[in-house]
Design a protein around this ligand. Sequence first.
Ligand SMILES: [Fe+2]
Ligand SMILES: [Fe+2]
Length: 243
Amino acid sequence: MNQTSAATTQPLTDSIRRVVDAGKITLPPLPNLVNRLMELLRDQDSASSRKVARLVGTDPAVAATLLRWANSAAFGGLHPISDLSLAIARLGFRQVTSAVTTLAHSGHFRSDDPVKSRLLESLWGHAVTTAMASKHIASLTGGEPEQSFVAGLLHDAGKLLVLRAVDHLETHDGADIMPPVLDELMNVLHTELGHSTLASWSVPEPICHAALHHHDEEVDPDHPLAVRVQAADAVACKMGWLA
Ligand SMILES: [Fe+2]
Ligand SMILES: [Fe+2]
């Protein structure tokens, strides 16, 4: 950051930390269902399509979406199915956490403002590409692919909070924040705000840690998930999904 941009953004970073600390700005949490699925699927031996279906069935909107996906061209078998256990078996029950998290997190990337909508679309492309790269890297390196997918998907969640905080400052404090300043604010703040947001959602600690450390210059072999997300983030940027 050069001196001019540091001087420009410092009061704004302070303001954003203040409104976030005061609880004026939050991201709606992921449904509790995501954490319960992660818990259930952590024990590979006891997880089953029926147990996962029982849990997913507590959220009718999610259940309906999974049924629709299971019957879609990508997964469709010879016969349409209406039973949730069968739908989960067809999708692969270990992928259900990723699907449910993707579904829930996608709601954070919507805006009525066309300019913000374009930015959010780009952030979403980066998040999904990082998630897929992270999952692939995990499968090659002995990691847990679904946890790696979720960590990749959520790693830049702090940027969404910065965007909301900027909206708040523009609406309530009359701030006029130009795109280069917004980029700088996201760069400076998104790892710490991402970490605190994910921790407040009770997301497992390794995923919070990856969000906090994915831009560290040093890689820490004691935190392989963070290393995978760092690598996946670089892959997504190389593929043109900058964020
Ligand atoms: Fe990032
Ligand atoms: Fe990223």
